[in-house]
Design a protein around this ligand. Structure first.
Ligand SMILES: Cc1cc2nc3c(=O)[nH]c(=O)nc-3n(C[C@H](O)[C@H](O)[C@H](O)COP(=O)(O)OP(=O)(O)OC[C@H]3O[C@@H](n4cnc5c(N)ncnc54)[C@H](O)[C@@H]3O)c2cc1C
Ligand code: SF4
Length: 333
């Protein structure tokens, strides 16, 4: 049985105290919300904070504010179940609901939070192992070692962005609020991520994610498609988020297509977007956009399934997501 290492657990009464505790504890501290990512990582000694600051109970982080026509603000410690069951979120952002509902199992969704999901650690077959396993291969660059076993000549880590909600939040242009002892700032959800398996977040370690602002729908339609081995529960090995608005005749006014699970950050498929913007969404334009998504998808041999098959599947998933967003009939291939 894997056991947690010893650590000091702090329970702040409010956000101000949480931020103060983090400033006092310094780089040895981490925040925890549901703990469904951090605690397994601590058991495997992938993350080894000496101080853990609990957030799940903070009222300020558990509110759901706003109206569908103005936008909705999610407290970072709302559980995935709470987010996906809320009627306002369901009416305006069904893609957020879809992504949240596809995460792990009901039990874990009752514990795991929307904030923790957006800040999920990147994943890799050589890293998501227990300490002894990792020690047997002399560790890797992401933790305790020097080499990347996926790309040994590489100077960077290629661990994979594996949050289901991250590509959706980037596609709908959600914003996140970060608070620390030096102040607060809002950034877009897309800006939260770096193309680096180790420094995968632009958020500083001392910053607390407090709120996620979802924009009003304003005629946009969003969908999320997820590829995984088991339908019951599994991390995404490919996620496709599409946000699109169309004229009455089917011409795409604007679109965003974001790929998850095929790189260290949610990848904006710019050429795919350009293949449909200003054109009517037809089988031909869908195929062009799907073809263009093949290039930026860069899966490596460090998660489930063969990487070439996952890359190939990008075409099918982008096409499927676009057809669903544009109300075209589903195709068999
Ligand atoms: C079996 C299993 C299957 C899973 N399947 C999926 C899946 O299919 N898709 C998926 O996306 N995820 C999956 N997960 C991962 C995880 O359960 C979810 O991503 C969950 O939403 C994480 O939220 P949490 O509150 O538990 O995060 P925590 O474990 O509490 O935290 C995660 C990270 O975020 C930091 N953090 C948390 N809240 C804050 C905050 N407010 N401010 C600053 N830092 C913070 C923590 O320090 C930690 O680094 C799975 C996990 C397990 C164990
Ligand atoms: S991509 Fe390389 S460095 Fe990163 S976790 Fe995997 S093996 Fe380690």
């Amino acid at each position: 049985m894997l056991r947690l290492p010893k650590f000091k657990y702090l329970q702040p009464k409010n956000v101000a105290e949480a931020v103060r505790m983090m400033a006092d504890a310094g780089p040895d501290a981490m925040y925890v919300s549901g703990g469904t990512d951090l605690y397994p990582n601590m058991k495997r000694r992938q993350q080894t904070p000496k101080v853990v600051i609990g957030l799940g109970h903070l009222k300020e982080l558990r509110s759901l504010k706003g109206r569908p026509k103005d936008g909705i603000v999610l407290g970072a410690s709302l559980t995935l179940t709470e987010v996906s069951e809320d009627s306002r979120v369901r009416s305006v952002h069904p893609a957020v609901v879809r992504a949240a509902e596809l995460i792990s199992t009901p039990l874990l969704r009752n514990m795991g939070t929307i904030g923790g999901n957006l800040l999920l650690d990147t994943r890799c077959n050589y890293y998501d192992q227990n300490y002894e396993w990792r020690k047997a291969i002399n560790f890797c660059m992401k933790k305790d070692g020097e080499i990347c076993w996926v790309a040994p000549s590489s100077s960077r880590c290629w661990a994979v962005q594996s949050s289901d909600c991250a590509p959706v939040m980037a596609a709908i242009e959600a914003k996140v609020k970060l608070v620390s002892s030096s102040g607060e700032r809002w950034i877009s959800a897309a800006e939260l991520y770096n193309d680096d398996g180790i420094r995968h977040l632009s958020k500083r370690p001392d910053e607390l994610l407090t709120e996620i602002q979802l924009p009003p729908a304003n005629g946009w339609r969003a969908v999320y498609w997820k590829l995984r081995r088991r339908g019951s529960f599994d991390f995404p090995v490919l996620g496709v988020a599409v946000w699109m608005t169309q004229e009455k005749d089917g011409t795409v006014r604007d679109a965003r297509i974001i790929l998850g699970g095929v790189g260290s950050y949610p990848i904006k498929a710019v050429n795919s977007e350009q293949a449909i913007i200003g054109r009517r969404l037809t089988e031909d334009t869908v195929r062009e956009a799907a073809e263009a998504a093949y290039r930026p998808a860069k899966p490596l041999d460090n998660t489930d399934f063969h990487m070439l098959w996952r890359k190939q599947m990008t075409r099918y998933y982008v096409a499927g997501a676009l057809r669903e967003a544009g109300g075209l009939a589903a195709q068999s291939s």
